[in-house]
Write a protein that binds this ligand. Structure first.
Ligand SMILES: NC(=O)c1ccc[n+]([C@@H]2O[C@H](COP(=O)([O-])OP(=O)(O)OC[C@H]3O[C@@H](n4cnc5c(N)ncnc54)[C@H](OP(=O)(O)O)[C@@H]3O)[C@@H](O)[C@H]2O)c1
Length: 238
C-alpha cells in the first residue's frame, strides 16, 4: 500500500516505522515546511493518507485529500467543532474518511468499558464522576481528544451531567476534566466515580506512541478501498 504521511512529527515518524515494517511504502511526507497540495498526492499515487498534524491544519489537509480522491485516516485532535462540516463534505463528494480521537486498540476497548460503566451509573445518583488526563508538555490541545470522547460517552448515559468543563467545578451538572502536562507522558486517562461509601476508578495508561501508530496503520489498511465515514469501532468490530 502506498501511504502519504501528512504530518511528519512524533506520530508521523512512529507510523512510518510501523508501516515500513509491514511492507508498505511511504510515497509522500508532508510537514510545515512542505505544505500539502492536491497534485502531490496525485503524483505520488497514494492509496491512502494518514493525517497527524494538529488542530489548526487538519481540516484543510483532509479537504485536499478529498479533492485528490485519496481516502484519509485522521488522528489530529482539537478541531472537533469542524468535524460535522467535514463529514458532510465527505458524503457529498463520495470520499472515505476515518477519524479516531485515539487509535490504540486498548483505548478503544477502554471506550467500551467506559460506556458500560456509565450505563450502570446512569441511575446511581449517589455517585459523582470526574476525569483526569495526563499528557506530555508539547501537546497543543486540552483536554485531550480522547478525554472529550470519554466525556461524551459518559454524558450520553449519565444525564445528571450536561456538559464537561476543563477545570475543577462545584456545579453538579458539570463533568470536570483535569488536564495535567508533564514529561514524558504518552497519555493517561482516569475516570473516577465517587460516593460517600466508595470509589470506582478505571484507568488507561499508554506506555508509548506505538499503540496509536499501529492502530493508524491498521485503520489505513482497512479504509483503503472503502467509501464513507468510519471510526475505530468499525475497524475493530467492537
Ligand atoms: N488519535 C490518536 O491516536 C493520536 C495519538 C497521538 C497524537 N495525536 C494527535 O496527532 C497530532 C500530531 O501529534 P504529534 O505528536 O505527531 O505532533 P508533532 O510532533 O508536533 O507533529 C506535527 C507534525 O505536523 C506538521 N505540520 C504542522 N503544520 C502543518 C501543515 N500546515 N501541513 C502539514 N504538516 C504540518 C509538523 O511539521 P514540522 O515538523 O515542520 O513542525 C509536524 O511534522 C496532534 O493533534 C495530537 O494530539 C492523536
Amino acid at each position: 500500500m502506498k501511504i502519504a504521511l501528512i504530518g511528519y512529527g512524533k506520530m508521523g515518524k512512529a507510523i512510518e516505522t510501523i508501516a515500513i515494517a509491514k511492507g508498505h511504502e511511504i510515497v509522500l511526507r508532508v510537514n510545515s515546511q512542505n505544505l500539502l497540495e492536491k497534485k502531490h498526492l496525485q503524483e505520488a499515487e497514494a492509496d491512502v493518507a494518514i493525517e497527524f498534524t494538529g488542530p489548526e491544519t487538519a481540516y484543510t489537509n483532509i479537504l485536499k485529500c478529498f479533492e485528490a480522491n485519496v481516502p484519509v485516516v485522521c488522528g489530529s485532535t482539537g478541531w472537533l467543532e469542524k468535524l460535522p462540516a467535514l463529514k458532510a463534505v465527505c458524503l457529498e463528494k463520495h470520499q472515505a474518511f476515518l477519524y479516531a480521537s485515539n487509535f490504540s486498540v486498548g483505548v478503544n476497548i477502554f471506550f467500551e468499558i467506559n460506556k458500560r460503566l456509565a450505563e450502570l451509573m446512569a441511575g446511581q445518583n449517589q455517585y459523582d464522576v470526574m476525569m483526569e488526563e495526563i499528557h506530555h508538555t508539547q501537546k497543543k490541545d486540552a483536554p485531550s481528544g480522547t478525554a472529550i470522547t470519554l466525556a461524551e460517552q459518559i454524558m450520553d448515559k449519565v444525564h445528571r451531567k450536561t456538559q464537561w468543563v476543563n477545570a475543577e467545578t462545584i456545579k453538579s451538572a458539570e463533568l470536570p476534566i483535569l488536564s495535567k502536562r508533564i514529561d514524558p507522558a504518552p497519555g493517561t486517562h482516569i475516570i473516577t466515580y465517587t460516593s460517600d461509601i466508595d470509589d470506582i476508578t478505571i484507568t488507561h495508561t499508554a506506555h508509548s506512541r506505538e499503540g496509536f501508530a499501529s492502530g493508524a496503520v491498521i485503520a489505513a489498511e482497512w479504509l483503503k478501498d472503502k467509501k464513507g465515514i468510519f471510526g475505530m469501532k468499525d475497524v475493530l468490530s467492537l
